[in-house]
Write a protein that binds this ligand. Structure first.
Ligand code: COA
Length: 495
């Protein structure tokens, strides 16, 4: 540095040509302008921060490009004691958001879904693989003394315990809330149960039971038919989603209180939350018939409870599922068509009924309500002359809300869903490539990379040594103690 200064002092003035001097001046100006440009957002950001305050002690906004500042739940470690569908849905979402999810499974057996609905002999089923991506698997016998010790260490090293055992099962393992809270006061204990406290709290519950008890089945299907369950797993996956929301909120609250809490998502409650519009309608019934239900137009009187409404739209804009070209042989050649009031005139022109625009029987929404069946039958005459995609192409530019009935085959082959990472193809060592559903929530600063589900106990040794701090020798002893492996079958039984 000193040498450089000296050379600057002793440097002889060099005569510059006027052209070069002009160029140098222009270059200096450009550099100055560029510096100003770079400084501007920094200055703007500082000013903006001053205006909003320091955000309760939040760090300065990261200068890293969006998507390169880690993941939303980086640093959160989850002890995943879940099985079947509801709990695993929750923990997979947490894993997609960056949490380190350690799935604890019973040695030799694992999550029961590993072997359910198997399509490839000997390989983990799609039921399991599609709900357990981005997780690590450790096998622990929770009833083995050494297994209990490992679990205690896990409780100390994790932020959240998620479980969806039958009521009382966690307590029977010795993992009561009191014990967990004493062992790690910061731990959040999150549970899915079929029912909340009340007459059914001890019941075991699966998806369709929740759909029935949560009010969905009684309001799904056609009036003349029996109650129906839906293909959407609103009881299992829906409750898993609710639980994930509760966990993230509890993590946020822990930042203030320093302590964990219990989080309960009951499947009945989750389903009811998703069909709250039907509880809305139950109360409206006290004030008269539900005019947007097609049974009103058909002159069928309402009973005491909200009826099944077929394919009626649940909102204020009447809709129905209509046949499209090819419906005779293709069970999915249908479209959902909504007669949204603001585009009614465009609908009339499109289907060749311009006279309906001024006919008092059709021109206004209240006038149309008693005639919905006839209106949709007329629109269907038009949709049956087009494929569902042609209907989309004609209606979308006119802002008429329509949606094709897409088969799972069409969804699996949809390029746009793959491009956004909603449908993802992953590789698996024993079953080969399979499709799964990626993170349905897209975040600009937390990018999800979907990885395959773990093999049973694939990460047992890694977790014992790298997470729980057991030495190599001790880990090796544990691996042969019976705490992480299935008990040997007696020879006669094994034969
Ligand atoms: N080591 C040793 N034992 C283990 C273990 C492990 N790692 N993991 C589980 N177990 C034991 C449990 O301790 C329990 O034993 P216990 O009944 O003797 O105390 C047993 O395995 C299984 O528990 P359970 O939850 O009763 O399983 P199940 O197959 O009989 O019932 C459900 C399945 C789903 C009906 C039930 O778990 C349930 O109602 N869960 C809550 C609601 C729910 O999530 N339902 C939707 C599922 S998608």
């Amino acid at each position: 540095m000193a040498a450089r200064k000296a050379s600057k002092k002793t440097r002889k003035p060099v005569k510059k040509s006027p052209v070069k001097a002009k160029a140098a001046k222009a270059a200096r100006k450009a550099v100055k302008a560029a510096r100003k440009l770079v400084a501007a957002p920094k200055k703007a950001a500082t000013a903006a921060l001053k205006a909003v305050g320091n955000g309760h002690g939040l760090p300065k906004p990261s200068s890293k490009p969006f998507g390169q500042a880690g993941k939303a739940l980086d640093g959160v470690r989850v002890l995943d004691f879940t099985h079947v569908q509801s709990g695993p849905t929750c923990t997979q979402l947490l894993a997609y958001m960056g949490a380190d999810v350690i799935k604890v499974e019973r040695p030799g057996v694992g999550d029961i879904t590993r072997g359910q609905l198997r399509d490839v002999p000997g390989a983990d089923s799609l039921y399991f693989t599609m709900l357990n991506g981005n997780k690590r698997s450790i096998t622990i016998d929770s009833k083995h003394p050494k297994g209990k010790e490992i679990l205690e260490r896990l409780i100390r090293h994790c932020d959240v315990l998620v479980e969806n055992f039958a009521p009382g099962a966690l307590d029977r393992m010795g993992l009561t809330w009191e014990y967990i809270h004493k062992t790690n006061p910061r731990m959040i204990v999150a549970s899915v149960k079929g029912f909340g406290p009340g007459p059914y709290e001890d019941c075991k519950v699966y998806e369709n039971i929740a759909q029935c008890a949560g009010g969905s089945a009684s309001t799904t299907g056609f009036r003349e038919g029996p109650p129906l369950v839906t293909g959407s797993q609103i009881g299992d996956s829906g409750t898993g989603l609710h639980l994930a929301f509760g966990i993230v909120c509890a993590l946020h609250q822990r930042n203030r209180t320093g302590r964990g809490q219990k989080v309960l998502a009951a499947m009945q409650d989750g389903v009811l939350n998703l069909c709250r519009v039907k509880l809305r309608d139950q109360q409206r019934l006290a004030h008269g018939p539900l005019k947007e239900y097609s049974q009103y137009g058909e002159g069928v009187p309402f009973g005491k409870a909200v009826p099944r409404a077929g394919n009626d739209s649940g909102g204020g804009q009447p809709g129905w599922i209509l046949k499209c070209k090819g419906w005779e042989s293709d069970p999915d050649a249908y479209i959902y068509f909504i007669t949204q009031a603001p585009v009614w005139e465009k609908i009339c022109d499109l289907i060749g009924k311009p006279e309906w625009k001024t006919d008092p029987d059709y021109a206004t929404p209240p006038a149309r309500l008693p005639r919905l069946k006839h209106i949709f039958a007329t629109i269907e005459q038009w949709t049956m002359t087009k494929t569902k995609f042609e209907v989309m192409e004609l209606c979308n530019p006119l802002d008429i809300p329509v949606g094709p009935i897409l088969s799972m085959k069409e969804i699996a082959e949809d390029d746009s869903l793959r491009a956004t990472g909603t449908v993802v193809e992953v590789d698996h060592p024993t079953r080969g490539r399979y499709l799964t559903v990626g993170n349905p929530v897209k975040m600009s600063d937390s990018v999800t990379e979907v990885t395959r589900s773990p093999l049973l106990g694939e990460h047992t040794e890694e977790i014992l040594t790298k997470v729980l701090g057991y030495g190599a020798k001790e880990a090796a002893e544990i691996m042969t103690s019976g705490a992480t492996t299935a008990p040997e079958k007696p020879k006669a039984a094994a034969a």
